[in-house]
Design a protein around this ligand. Sequence first.
Ligand SMILES: C=C(O[C@@H]1C=C(C(=O)O)C=C[C@H]1O)C(=O)O
Length: 258
Amino acid sequence: MDFTKPETVLNLQNIRDELVKMEDSIIFKFIERSHFPTCPGVYLTKNPDLSIENFDGSFLDWALLHLEITHSQLRRFESPDETPFFPDHLLRPILPSISYPQVLASYAPQVNYNEKIKATYIKQMVPLLSKYDGEQNENYGSVATRDIECLQSLSRRIHFGKFVAEAKFQNDKELYTKLIKSKDIDGIMKNITNSAVEEKILERLVKKAEVYGVDPTNKEGERRITPDYLVKIYKEFVIPMTKEVEVEYLLRRLTDDN
Ligand SMILES: C=C(O[C@@H]1C=C(C(=O)O)C=C[C@H]1O)C(=O)O
């Protein structure tokens, strides 16, 4: 997929192929996170054991914010497939700007699910991915960097729903215009859903987890990335949030004459 070539971007099969490629990246980042315990202190705002001057968020928030500031100067967030967690803190790139052809509606950057993605990752995914429940202060930096890798991959995957939605809108403007005009959210959700594609994704994840996720060195009682965990994460969190992004993007689509 080449974001300078719109015809490659809005081809639904190309988009689906891209989502398949992201599975491997997400699984390998989950495996990296699985080497550490839950480390709840990383996510605690105003953690008394980890006070950060002039900052009242969590250690993870501080690390993610400062990485995004640097990445914004490297032009990361000019790319249409990147959605920042701290959009109000970005800086201008030090590299020359790339004028990507407009593929998505002008409001696309405002469709930002990262707060929900972060909350879901911390509350629902970390307990499944981490090796055991507990602290490991000496690894706070490693845990935060692994979490950021997971969050950025999950964010890119879920916000790819904007490309899926635009492709589906272009493929059937009449249907979606009618549904959007009548604010038929259930109708939009029903029509963007492709259960066969979802089923195929979950079946493939089981196979990949069996191949990639098994760690023979795991001690008794320690968790590891099992096929069930991966399927649960995708089925209950990743796919539903991707579809929410699709619906939110489509609901505003008639406000833009792109
Ligand atoms: C991404 C798509 O839209 C929906 C979301 C999917 C997902 O998040 O994996 C898969 C199929 C659809 O229900 C698609 O149609 O490919």
